[in-house]
Design a protein around this ligand. Structure first.
Ligand code: ADP
Ligand code: MG
Length: 695
């Protein structure tokens, strides 16, 4: 239950002065629906009105507050486009106020001739004459305190002016109340941090630009608050998993032995170690939550299969979820191939399966006749009932967030063992914030015999030569991916570009070319992919839909058009589609205009490195963490008050703090524990609170 003290924070923004239905929906787009969301909408600049010069001393454009006497009004004739002008002066000089599209009667009321006024706004100097268009404040001298000395400037959305936004946030900030302190007193003293209330008040009332800096004590304090909430939530989940009476899945080893005998290769050292860690987890009487990180091509699938076989050996079922239909089918195919001749039943279920066939599959699943079920999100559906699901593998973990992980665990009887896999190498700090509730294994080496992909950068102007090169290569029996550019995040434009390239290549290579893109029906997409997998077409033109996981070992050429528009990690993922077989592979990065340094630097790194972790670190350095994975699809938590780039170094501290707190006070019962519960609700990281028994 949310603490009562926080109720006003969770009210709709519509309850704030100046917010009606229209503004509330505009706000929702950039800030959110709740008063609380405005708390985290931090100012990005200030307007300093403290400068009150005599008019004669104003020599350049600046923001000022001046006391003047109103002089004559220069009223434009009706229908004229001329602005309305008002002369005013002090003892030292003159100032002209300018109003475009003015309502004359309003100005005459506000600025009666002969009276004194306080005027605040931006003065512009034209050939020594002073002008101010549309002053921000025009008040009588006794209203001085209605002009703020320093005003915060907030990020805006179309339809809400700076003034209105500032007023709305001010309204929200007035709802702030002191909350019981959840931070350790000695930590606060050491760091010189204010209380949460003081920090928030300071953040929204900056006195100078120094107060806007991420390293200001107030901002550090709330960033740490947020990281602590994040780490506490993850730690509660982790402990909860440990506490859940899990099922000990004990490997009998017969299927494992059979599979290892079947495989045409030996496991790498890293695969062996990861498998061992997984087997140990599975044998424990609590639920496993492990992340298996491994670069593209490092051989995660076979590790996943061996892990699933442990469940099957002990008489239970396993499921494997992939983010796309194509990937699910590939997994299904490769798992089926690897287990050929073994007594293991594998089936696939995706959103496409409907009607009788689906019903038949569900019946078999519920009867326990299926050992391993592979599929997409369809595996989450309500009517998918397992006989005895004990273990789930989630491929390409970064597409699944914490909520999905939770939804999934609900499918099993009691505790569920989960193995998440990702090919995206994630820097350590990010791992802590996203997967702090998991243990991590890494496939730090690739299977032997892989030749690095020969990566070259070529200007697009040499496209014809590239096409000739492909023609020669195809004659000798290889296949090529041709990835089309991202055009400003617009799928429609992406598509147009891909279709144009497709027609161009079709003109040259005839029906040996296929096209796949994100807008196609999954069935049609798979049909084209199948042609490519079987070698019925030689060139696959694609938008980035092939990004994750597809395995076509015969493909040895990867062409990426306008490579300068892709992020490093994305380029690395795409390149990982080739170099999977024994043949030497090539990746051609075709670039248009390289522009400034970053694009050039990215392509250089691609030429020089094949190491996913190094590339991820460089990506982080060049782009910043927020962009790295694209928060939306990454499963990375969205931070409101903290930024990974600026405050990331606080994360390990928050992690240790969270562990210590829950060790000493596992139910958060102490006075500080109760305050920490408020913290969890404040940052909406309260999913785990229900697991703390005492309320
Ligand atoms: P990813 O980690 O990208 O999912 P895959 O599991 O698809 O990688 O494996 C990539 C390729 O490497 C597959 O063709 C697989 O058969 C092969 N492979 C996996 N493990 C080994 C190994 N130990 N030795 C040789 N080849 C391996
Ligand atoms: Mg894979």
């Amino acid at each position: 239950m949310r603490p009562e003290i926080l109720y006003p924070f969770f009210a709709d923004t519509i309850s704030l002065p100046g917010v009606g239905g229209r503004i509330a929906s505009l706000l929702e787009k950039i800030v959110g629906r709740k008063v609380l969301d405005l708390f985290w909408h931090f100012p990005v600049d200030i307007i300093d009105r403290r400068s009150c010069p005599a008019l004669t001393d104003i020599k350049y454009d600046q923001i000022v507050t001046v006391k003047v006497t109103i002089g004559s009004h220069d009223i434009p004739p009706k229908g004229s486009k001329r602005p309305y002008r008002v002369w005013c002066h002090d003892d030292t000089g003159k100032l002209q106020l300018i109003f475009f599209h003015a309502r004359g009667d309003y100005i005459r009321r506000q600025l009666p001739e002969g009276e004194d006024r306080l005027i605040s706004g931006k003065v512009e100097v034209y050939n020594g004459a002073l002008q101010m268009s549309h002053p921000d404040y025009m008040l009588s001298p006794d209203q001085q305190n209605e002009i703020p000395a320093v005003e915060p400037v907030y990020p805006l959305t179309a339809g809400i002016s700076g003034k209105v936004m500032a007023k709305i946030v001010r309204g929200a900030i007035e709802r702030l109340v002191e909350l019981p302190e959840w931070q350790d007193k000695s930590l606060m003293t050491r760091e010189g941090w204010p209380t949460w209330f003081d920090a928030m008040t300071q953040i929204h009332n900056p006195a100078s630009t120094a107060d806007l800096l991420p390293e200001s004590p107030a901002r550090m304090r709330v960033a740490y608050d947020e990281f602590l909430a994040n780490q506490l939530a993850l730690e509660i989940m982790r402990l909860q998993n440990r506490r859940k009476k899990g099922r000990a899945l004990i490997a009998k080893g017969h299927l494992k032995k059979q599979l290892l005998d079947n495989l045409p290769y030996d496991l790498t050292g890293a695969q062996g170690e990861s498998l061992q860690a997984i087997e140990q987890d599975l044998a424990q009487p609590y639920a496993m939550m492990r992340l298996l990180q491994g670069d593209v091509g490092s051989g995660k699938t076979v590790v996943a299969l061996l892990a699933m076989l442990v469940a099957v050996e002990s008489g239970a079922q396993a499921a494997m979820i992939a983010p796309t239909e194509i990937l699910a089918r590939q997994h299904y195919t490769s798992l089926s191939q690897m287990t050929e001749g073994m007594d293991v039943t594998i089936a696939i279920l995706t959103g496409r399966d409907k009607g009788k066939a689906r019903q038949k599959l569900l019946t078999a699943l519920e009867a326990g006749e299926i050992d391993i079920l592979v599929g997409t999100h369809a595996l989450f559906q309500k009517d998918v009932i397992y006989d005895d699901l004990a273990f789930v593998v989630i491929d390409e973990q970064h597409r699944f967030g914490v909520e999905q992980r939770l939804a999934l665990s609900a499918k099993g009887q009691g505790a569920m063992d989960v193995l998440a896999m990702t090919a995206t190498p994630i820097p350590r700090t990010l791992t802590l914030t996203a997967y702090g509730d998991m243990d991590v294994s890494q496939l730090y080496e690739k299977p032997p015999g892989r030749q690095p992909v020969d990566t070259r950068t070529i200007p697009l102007s040499r496209l014809d030569e590239v096409v000739q090169g492909i023609r020669r290569a195809i004659k000798s029996g290889t296949r090529a991916f041709w990835i089309c550019p991202l055009v400003e995040e617009s799928e429609v434009l992406d598509l147009a570009a891909a279709e144009e390239r497709f027609r161009h290549l079709e003109h040259i290579f005839g029906d040996r070319v296929g096209l796949v893109h994100g807008k196609m029906k999954p069935k049609d997409k798979d049909a084209v992919m199948d042609l490519f997998v079987r070698g019925d077409i030689d060139i696959l033109v694609a938008t980035t839909v092939v990004e994750v996981g597809v395995d076509v070992p015969e493909a040895t050429i990867m062409i990426i058009e306008h490579a300068e528009r892709f992020g490093l990690s994305q380029l690395h993922q795409l390149r990982g589609r080739v170099g999977r077989g024994p043949e030497k592979s090539t990746c051609l990065l075709l670039y248009g205009a390289l522009g400034q340094g970053a694009a050039k630097a990215r392509l250089k790194i691609m030429r020089e490195s094949d190491d996913g972790f190094l590339i991820a670190e460089e990506d982080l350095r060049l782009r910043g963490a927020g962009e790295l994975l694209g928060t939306r699809q990454s499963g990375m938590p969205d931070f409101k008050a903290a930024s990974l780039e600026d405050h990331g170094k606080l994360i390990p501290m928050a992690r240790d703090d969270a562990r210590l707190i829950l060790e000493k006070d596992p139910e958060l019962k102490s006075a500080r524990g109760k305050a920490l519960r408020i913290l969890l609700y404040l940052f909406e990281r309260d999913e785990g609170v229900k697991y703390l028994t005492s309320g």
